[in-house]
Ligand binder design. Structure first.
Ligand SMILES: NC(=O)c1ccc[n+]([C@@H]2O[C@H](COP(=O)([O-])OP(=O)(O)OC[C@H]3O[C@@H](n4cnc5c(N)ncnc54)[C@H](O)[C@@H]3O)[C@@H](O)[C@H]2O)c1
Length: 336
């Protein structure tokens, strides 16, 4: 078992990264976290404000900055790499930042891990596997061939391949986890669930892409954090673990659950133009993670997790309000 005491979390001011930082500070008292974050439009230092100074520290910088990495990586025992350009729609509008951060950034971190002998864990997505047909009984496993559809998922797939090569060729102690769609607090209002919730709080009708039948496999972000901790500390170097909580639901069902939580009619939304190349269905088989590492999700009631998330957005309007108008203007320009 690997027992880290001083870890770097890249992208720790974003949605999932900041939830992981909160998780580590709460659950693993002997561990110090250095957050490395460029604070793009998706990063907000408020996400980790208020954590004890001796437990979490923020370094503002770019994961592509190799001189910076040479300064901060020594003295740490692990890098957990969350930082990414993460929004499919943005990758269609402008793929360039995705290539830079997702591919070049991963390369820079792998080189730093190799040079300084540090354990490396790579956060990836189920989207590298492409999509499944709605009526296909199969789910993704660690053996599923890569078949990414979008500029976002293709850059994530590329970064996964770099990690595998750096382990095999240079012996970097690396693991990869590919997780399904996360929900929970601190998620940017551009993403599906927060967009619907904040529209409803603001008195605006929610918007649904395409025919609403696209299926995503939802997991609470705290369950993603506990799974990443299990892989970081007990996973075998060179291995990939899929993370999922058996939460398959189509978009229209999720939207109707949100409408129900707001006491609104189930058809109280507008249809909008679909995303080009929109993946149909994602589904994760997380048997390996459960069998090998004994991991289980704690949030198995989606309606309850959703209600908690809605409460968080209601109570934290000052957190999301500044990004809302610009995000909706961007969607409007795309006809969405
Ligand atoms: N959101 C999901 O449902 C989901 C599911 C599976 C995997 N993932 C993966 O989890 C990770 C985090 O996703 P998220 O939804 O929290 O993303 P996010 O967009 O909310 O956060 C990304 C964070 O990375 C930072 N960042 C971006 N470019 C950077 C750079 N060059 N240098 C340093 N920091 C930089 C941003 O400032 C931000 O804080 C990503 O790797 C993503 O691919 C996300």
């Amino acid at each position: 078992m690997f027992e880290p005491t001083n870890i770097i979390v890249t992208g720790g001011c974003g949605f999932i990264g900041s939830n992981f930082v909160h998780y580590v500070v709460r659950e693993h008292p002997g561990v110090h976290v250095t957050v490395l974050d460029k604070l793009t439009y998706a990063g907000n230092p408020e996400n980790i404000a208020g954590l004890p100074e001796d437990r979490a520290e923020l370094v503002v910088g770019d994961v592509c900055d190799r001189e910076l990495l040479d300064r901060i990586v020594p003295g740490h025992d692990a890098i957990v790499h969350y930082a990414a350009e993460s929004h499919n729609d943005n990758s269609i509008a402008d793929p360039e930042p995705f290539l830079r951060t997702n591919v070049e950034g991963t390369y820079a971190l792998l080189e730093a891990a190799r040079k300084h002998g540090v354990r490396y864990h790579h956060i990836s997505t189920d989207e590298v596997y492409g999509d499944l047909a709605l009526d296909d009984p199969a789910r993704f496993t660690e053996e599923t061939p890569y078949r990414p559809s979008s500029p976002y998922s293709s850059t994530k797939a590329s970064s996964d391949l770099l990690v595998r090569a750096w382990h095999r060729t240079f012996g970097v102690r690396a693991t990869i986890s590919n997780c399904s769609n996360n929900y929970g607090p601190y998620q940017h209002v551009e993403k599906f669930i927060p967009r619907q919730i904040t529209n409803l709080i603001g008195g605006v009708r929610p918007k649904l892409y395409g025919d609403g039948l696209n299926v995503r496999d939802w997991i609470h972000t705290d369950d993603h954090s506990s799974a990443v901790w299990a892989v970081l500390t007990r996973g075998r170097a060179g291995e990939t673990y899929l993370i999922g909580a058996d939460g398959e639901k189509n978009n229209i069902t999720v939207l109707r659950e949100i409408l129900k939580a707001f006491g609104r009619d189930e058809d109280d939304f507008d249809w909008v133009r679909d995303r080009p190349g929109h993946d149909r269905r994602y589904a994760i088989d997380s048997a390996k993670l459960r069998r090998e590492l004994g991991w289980e999700p704690a949030h198995t009631d989606f309606a309850e997790g959703l209600a908690e998330t809605i409460r968080w957005y209601r109570e934290n309007e000052a957190w999301w309000r500044p990004a809302k108008a610009a995000t909706e203007a961007r969607y409007a320009a795309q006809g969405q």
